[in-house]
Design a protein around this ligand. Structure first.
Ligand SMILES: [Fe+2]
Length: 462
C-alpha cells in the first residue's frame, strides 16, 4: 500500500464514522427492526422496472421495444454472446417489429471504464432512441453507463460517481429507454439503478448509482441459463445469495438519517419492508435450488427458479444496498492474484464476482450476527440451515455453516486461500475495501478498518 492509498483509506474511514452514529447503529434490544429512531428516516422509496418473466419470452423483445417507443435500437451484448441464439432471437424479434438495430459487443467480462467509453462513443454517434441489452451484469451495467457518458460527456469519468471517490455531479437529463434482457441468474442488474464498473487506473470496482439508470423494462427468459457451465451458475448463484442476505441483514432504513429533500433519498437506504419480501423469497429459492441448479444442467426447474431468485434479489438490493459482503469483494477483485476459475473463458487473473463475494461471507455473517441476531436466524432458516436446538444467539454460526455447506456442495474456492490470498494480504485487502464507504455503513454492525482486517483474517479457509 503506498502513501496515497493509505491517505484515501483514512479519509474513507472518517466518512464511515460520520455516516454511522452510535445511536443509529445497533437496534435497542427488544425493538422491532424498523422501529422509529431519533432523526432517522421514516419513509422509503421503491423503484423497479416493468418485469416480464418466462421461458421463451425473449421473442417478445421486438413488441416490447416497440411498445416503449423505440425505432432505432442499440443492442448491447458481449463477444461471447454475439453469435448466440439469444442475441439472434432478440435481433430477429426487433426486425419483425420493424425496428432498426445496430449491435455493440466490445464489452469485457467484468465491465470497466474502457468498455463504457467505447459504448458511449457508440451511443453518441448512432442516433438511437432506445437500448436493448442482452447479457450478464457486465453487459447491462455497461449499457447503463454508456448512455450516461454518451449523452452527457464529462471531463473526468469519476464525475458522476459519489464522493469520496467521485465528484457527485448530477446527471443532467434522462437516458434512452432501456429494455434489459439478462442471460445469467445472479446480478439482478436488470432490476436496479446501479452500474458496477471496474475503474482500470484504480484497479478496483465502484458503483455508479442513480435512479436514471433503472431500465424501463426487464425481459427475463430462464432458457438463457440452460447452457451455462456449472461454475457460472455457482458464482452467479452466490452473488444472488449475498444480495438477498445482505439486504435482509442490512442496517434498517429507519437508522439512516432522514433526508430533507426527497430527491436526495439514497439508493442505499437500508433494509425496508419491501426488500424483506423479495430477499426472503430469494433466500428460500437459493436454499431449495442452488445445489440442484449448479450440479444438474438438465434440472430446468432449479435453473428457472434461480433466474427468478436473481431478479427478486435485484429488486431487493436495488432498493436497499448491499453491505460488507460486496464491500469486501471489491478488495478481492482489486488485488486478485493469478487465478483462473473453471468454466470462464477469460484470461487470468480473474475471480468471478459471485466468488469474490462469497469467499468472505461466512466470516462476515459470523461478525454481523450480534447486531441483528433474529434477522440472521431467520435468514438461516430461509436457506434451510439445520436450526435444531439452536437459538438466535447461534445465528451467525448457523448461517455461516449453511453458506459453507453450499460452497462445498457447489465446489467453489474455499475462502480467500482458494483464490490465492494469504494472511500477509490482509492489510492491503482491508485498505482497498475501506473505500466502499456507503456499503460499509449499511452493515448492521458498526465496522472499522480493524474489524475489516479481522474479518479477512478469519476468511482464509473454512
Ligand atoms: Fe453482486
Amino acid at each position: 500500500m503506498d502513501d496515497s492509498e493509505r491517505g484515501f483509506t483514512l479519509h474513507a474511514e472518517a466518512v464511515v464514522e460520520s455516516l454511522f452514529s452510535d445511536e443509529q447503529g445497533i437496534p435497542a434490544m427488544g425493538c422491532q427492526y424498523f422501529d422509529p429512531c431519533d432523526h432517522g428516516a421514516d419513509t422509503f422509496t421503491i423503484a423497479i422496472p416493468k418485469v416480464t418473466f418466462g421461458r421463451g419470452c425473449l421473442h417478445e423483445a421486438g413488441a416490447r421495444a416497440n411498445g416503449l417507443g423505440m425505432t432505432r435500437v442499440a443492442v448491447f451484448t458481449d463477444p461471447f454472446l454475439r453469435d448466440s441464439a439469444y442475441v439472434a432471437t432478440v435481433l430477429d424479434s426487433l426486425k419483425q417489429a420493424g425496428l432498426d438495430a445496430a449491435v455493440f459487443d466490445e464489452i469485457t467480462i467484468e465491465a470497466d471504464d474502457a468498455s463504457v467509453a467505447r459504448g458511449a462513443d457508440f451511443i453518441a454517434t448512432g442516433d438511437f432512441d432506445g437500448v436493448v441489452s442482452v447479457g450478464g451484469g457486465s453487459v447491462i451495467d455497461t449499457a447503463k453507463a454508456a448512455m450516461v457518458y454518451g449523452l452527457y460527456p464529462t471531463g473526468d469519468f469519476l464525475d458522476y460517481f459519489a464522493p469520496p471517490l467521485g465528484a457527485g455531479k448530477t446527471i443532467p437529463g434522462r437516458l434512452l429507454t432501456h429494455l434489459a434482457c439478462p442471460t445469467t441468474s445472479g446480478t439482478g442488474s436488470e432490476c436496479t439503478s446501479l452500474s458496477v464498473l471496474r475503474i482500470n487506473n484504480l484497479s478496483t470496482k465502484f458503483v455508479l448509482g442513480n435512479p436514471l439508470l433503472l431500465p424501463q423494462e426487464a425481459l427475463i427468459d430462464p432458457i438463457c441459463c440452460a447452457t451455462l457451465p456449472a461454475m457460472v451458475v455457482a458464482s452467479t448463484g452466490f452473488d444472488l445469495l449475498c444480495h438477498a442476505l445482505e439486504c435482509y441483514t442490512a442496517r434498517a432504513y429507519t437508522r439512516w438519517d432522514k433526508v430533507d429533500d426527497p430527491r436526495k433519498r439514497p439508493l442505499i437506504q437500508g433494509a425496508n419492508p419491501w426488500s424483506d419480501l423479495a430477499a426472503r423469497k430469494a433466500l428460500e429459492i437459493v436454499g431449495e435450488y442452488m445445489d440442484r441448479g449448479v450440479n444438474n444442467a438438465d434440472d430446468h426447474q432449479a435453473r428457472d427458479q434461480l433466474m427468478w431468485g436473481a431478479s427478486l434479489a435485484g429488486m431487493a438490493f436495488g432498493n436497499t444496498g448491499t453491505h460488507l459482503g460486496h464491500a469486501l469483494s471489491y478488495g478481492v477483485t482489486h488485488l486478485m492474484h493469478d487465478v483462473t476459475t473453471e468454466g470462464y473463458t477469460v484470461k487470468s487473473p480473474f475471480v468471478p464476482h459471485g466468488i469474490s463475494v462469497v469467499v468472505s461471507a461466512p466470516a462476515i455473517f459470523r461478525y454481523t450476527a450480534e447486531a441483528a441476531p433474529e434477522r440472521h436466524f431467520e435468514a438461516a432458516g430461509y436457506l434451510q440451515a439445520d436450526l435444531q436446538g439452536a437459538g438466535s444467539a447461534d445465528s451467525g454460526e448457523a448461517l455461516a455453516k449453511r453458506i459453507i455447506e453450499l460452497m462445498q456442495k457447489t465446489g467453489v474456492p474455499n475462502g480467500l486461500n482458494g483464490v490465492g490470498f494469504g494472511p500477509t494480504d490482509v492489510p492491503a485487502l482491508a485498505a482497498s475495501t475501506a473505500r466502499q464507504v456507503r456499503a460499509i455503513a449499511n452493515s448492521p454492525r458498526k465496522t472499522n478498518l480493524v474489524d475489516i482486517e479481522n474479518i479477512y483474517a478469519s476468511a482464509m479457509s473454512y
